[in-house]
Structure formats: structure tokens, C-alpha cells
Design a protein around this ligand. Structure first.
Ligand SMILES: [Zn+2]
Length: 426
């Protein structure tokens, strides 16, 4: 196992109180002033034939300015972001010098106009505190600032940068995540079958229920949509209804994302290599009544989530799982879902008759009975093993290395596999 690490960035909207907003604007204004003042100083030195003053020298100017009576207001702002601005100015100058040397377009640092305020960057996690549970961030001289925690922050906090876009403030938080690369012969340890009544069935016999809140939101969404369509075109009431509808859409997406982040983080932490049914195949083969292979897959959609919301959730689920596994050096293995839901994982008998109902799998050949989603998830895990094995090739030392970054089946039905565990049929 080798240890690597990955930087991750998260971006959240801040919800500062009016007084905090004024403070933020003031601090950003200070940074613009500082950039311009230091740049002017460098130009004056240049004109006097003096050498360029590096960051260390500029940091001394900053200390002097923060103490001088006429620029003492600088000391009202946090010092680290001010030092960061001088570091950035220094970096811009260094690029300029390097370009001059290389005969490239030099790109001399420009003065910053109003509206071009530099970001307020806190370079060290000692300078801020994140309280994710309460959705707030503590910053020097500002205290606790509320934020929209639209997702879970993972890894060790590194730095935070605050920027303004229009009349909104955002914070970008960077974290460092240690990544553990699995050995080449680590095979999938979890199979996932996605569904409608349950969001997913797992090969370790867990059933993940769909987010109940989403179903409720879904009904509200339908009501809001009707409300918009009933209003007269171009009317004030219609505009209001549209605003409400959009806000609900955002809220649903946020809830879904948050819920999925918790789910995928847990799975990725437990299993570096996971087999999942190829959702693109599922999406393609889906029909309103369900195909013979996936009986009744969508029959309850009217009662729960609608198809497009579910598709979005599956897509997001897969996306998150994929990058979280990659972050720990693991991998998601796509398996063709054909026959996985109607093949007995014990004896391999494949028949539509094995699925009496949506949730019960009962093998007509050997009598094995199990929750249908769990049976399917176990088939997916077994098929995942086959896909995984096909991506391995022997290396010179008799071990194996992984051949390709992506593992995917063409049309590998689980077929007749050997019972993988010591389970006996009834
Ligand atoms: Zn059977």
C-alpha cells in the first residue's frame, strides 16, 4: 500500500449578517489598496534604479503601514490575507521577470480597479474554524459567519478564500485527503444494485432506503409546477410562483447531494473497490412498466420519486462514488446488469419466474429465497470479480498489475457461477 494525498476544494455561499458583509467589503477593499500601494512602491524603486523588493521586504512595508498613523486603518483587517496579497504580487512579479528572461510576453502587474478586489485568503487552518454541523465558519475579526453547507467537507482543512460575486459572498475551502492505493489484487468487496422502492441493495445485505424527504419534496414540486402553469403568462403572480419553484429545485438538489455525500463517503471508506450495475445500461433499458428482465422496476414510480429525479440521483451517486474511490486509490467497476435481478446467486438458475414480486426473489430451481435487491447485488459483486480479473495481467515477478484505469463489461451476464460462499440452498 502506498500513501498519496489529494487536495480537494469545496465552495459554499456565505450568509453574512449585514454588519459582517460591510466588514468583508472593507477587508477586500484594504487588500486592493495594499496591492496598488505595494505595486506603486515597486515602480518608484524601479524609477530610482533600486532593485526589486521581494516578499520579505514587502512584508516589512506592511508592518510599517499597519503601524503608521495615516494608514493605521489597515490594522483593522486580518493580517494573513494582507500578507497573502503581497505574496501574490511577488509571484506576479516573478512570472514577469521569468517571462522577460525567456523573451516571452512579460505581463507586468496591473493596478486593481474598483470591483477587482483580491480574494480574502486565509492560508492556514489555524486562522479559521469550520463548524459543519451548525453550518458556520469562524474567521478572524469577523466571528462566526453562517454558510450554506451544501455538502460534507472531507479531509484535513488547509486554507480558505473568500470572494464576492455580485452581491453574494463565497468561501472556497481546500482540504487534503490522504489516499491509500490498494494493491493490484484487491478485488471488489461490495456489489450495488440500484432500485426504485429501495435506493440500493448492497451485497452485504443492507438495503438503502430512498431519502424520504425527497419524496415529500417531489410532491411539493408537482404542486408548485401546477401552480406556475395555472397562473397567467407574464403576470406578477406567475413570476412569484416561478421564483418559489426555482428555490425548491435548488433545495431538492442540495438535500439530495448532501444525502448522497454521506452515503457514498461511508461506502468508499469501507470498500476501495466496488462493483455497481452500469447505470447507463439501466437508464437505456428502463421502460415505464419495467422489462421482463427487470420486472416491475418502475411500477411504483408514481408513488415515490419520478424517473428524472431518480436518474439524477443515480447519476450523482455514481459520480460521487467514482471520485471518492479514486481519492483512496480504489475504483468503481461497472457491471452489465443484464440478468442480475433474475438469476439465482446460489444455483445460477436464470428465469423471470424467480421474481415473484418486486422485493422477493425465490429461485424456482433450488428454492433459495432472499430480498431481490440483495440477490441482485450479490450477482453484481460476482460479475464485478470477473470484470476485475479481466483487467489484471501477470507482471514479470509473478504478481499482477492492473491493466486499465477503467473496468467495464461488454456483456458479461453473471451466468452460472460457483457458489462463492458456504451458503446452502434450502
Ligand atoms: Zn437457485
Amino acid at each position: 500500500m502506498s500513501i498519496d494525498s489529494a487536495l480537494r476544494a469545496y465552495r459554499f455561499q456565505l450568509r453574512p449578517r449585514p454588519a459582517q458583509e460591510r466588514q468583508l467589503a472593507r477587508y477586500a477593499g484594504m487588500l486592493r489598496w495594499l496591492w496598488n500601494r505595494a505595486l506603486a512602491e515597486q515602480q518608484a524603486r524601479r524609477e530610482r534604479g533600486e532593485p526589486y523588493a521581494n516578499y520579505v521586504a514587502m512584508a516589512k512595508w506592511l508592518t510599517a503601514w499597519r503601524n503608521a498613523p495615516e494608514t493605521q486603518w489597515l490594522a483593522d483587517g486580518p493580517v494573513h490575507p494582507q500578507q497573502q496579497v503581497l505574496k501574490r504580487l511577488d509571484a506576479t512579479f516573478q512570472t514577469f521577470f521569468a517571462n522577460m528572461k525567456a523573451g516571452k510576453k512579460p505581463g507586468y502587474p496591473r493596478f486593481k480597479k474598483r470591483g477587482e478586489e483580491p480574494g480574502i485568503r486565509f492560508p492556514d487552518n489555524k486562522q479559521f474554524k469550520l463548524e459543519a454541523a451548525n453550518g458556520r465558519l469562524q474567521l478572524p475579526k469577523l466571528g462566526w459567519v453562517r454558510m450554506r453547507m451544501s455538502r460534507t467537507v472531507e479531509g484535513d482543512l488547509r486554507n480558505a478564500s473568500i470572494t464576492r460575486e455580485g452581491d453574494r459572498w463565497y468561501v472556497a475551502i481546500q482540504t487534503l485527503q490522504p489516499a491509500v492505493l490498494p494493491a493490484a489484487d484487491v478485488a471488489p468487496t461490495l456489489g450495488i444494485d440500484v432500485g426504485v422502492t429501495n435506493f440500493a441493495g448492497l451485497s452485504d445485505e443492507r438495503l438503502i432506503a430512498s431519502l424520504a424527504a425527497l419524496a415529500a419534496q417531489q410532491r411539493r414540486l408537482a404542486r408548485y409546477q401546477r401552480s406556475v402553469s395555472r397562473k397567467q403568462k407574464a403576470s406578477c403572480n406567475r413570476k412569484k410562483a416561478i421564483v418559489k419553484l426555482r428555490a425548491l429545485h435548488r433545495r431538492i438538489a442540495q438535500q439530495r447531494s448532501d444525502w448522497l455525500h454521506k452515503l457514498t463517503s461511508g461506502l468508499a471508506a469501507e470498500h476501495p473497490v466496488i462493483a455497481i450495475e452500469d447505470l447507463r445500461v439501466v437508464a437505456m433499458s428502463a421502460s415505464a412498466r419495467g422489462s421482463a428482465d427487470r420486472p416491475g422496476r418502475n411500477v411504483r414510480q408514481k408513488a415515490g420519486l419520478n424517473r428524472s429525479i431518480l436518474d439524477a440521483a443515480w447519476g450523482e451517486f455514481r459520480r460521487q462514488l467514482e471520485y471518492k474511490l479514486a481519492a483512496v486509490g480504489g475504483q468503481l467497476v461497472d457491471v452489465n446488469p443484464a440478468y442480475t435481478s433474475r438469476t439465482c446467486r446460489i444455483c445460477g438458475h436464470e428465469s423471470a419466474d424467480n421474481r415473484k414480486t418486486q422485493s422477493v426473489f425465490a429461485c424456482v430451481a433450488c428454492g433459495h429465497t432472499e430480498h431481490a435487491d440483495i440477490n441482485a447485488a450479490r450477482n453484481i459483486l460476482a460479475a464485478g470479480h470477473a470484470v476485475w480479473a479481466s483487467t489484471l495481467k501477470p507482471d514479470a515477478c509473478g504478481g499482477v498489475v492492473r491493466r486499465a484505469a477503467s473496468a467495464r463489461t461488454k456483456r458479461a451476464a453473471p451466468a452460472k457461477q460457483e457458489p462463492s460462499e458456504g451458503v446452502t440452498c434450502a
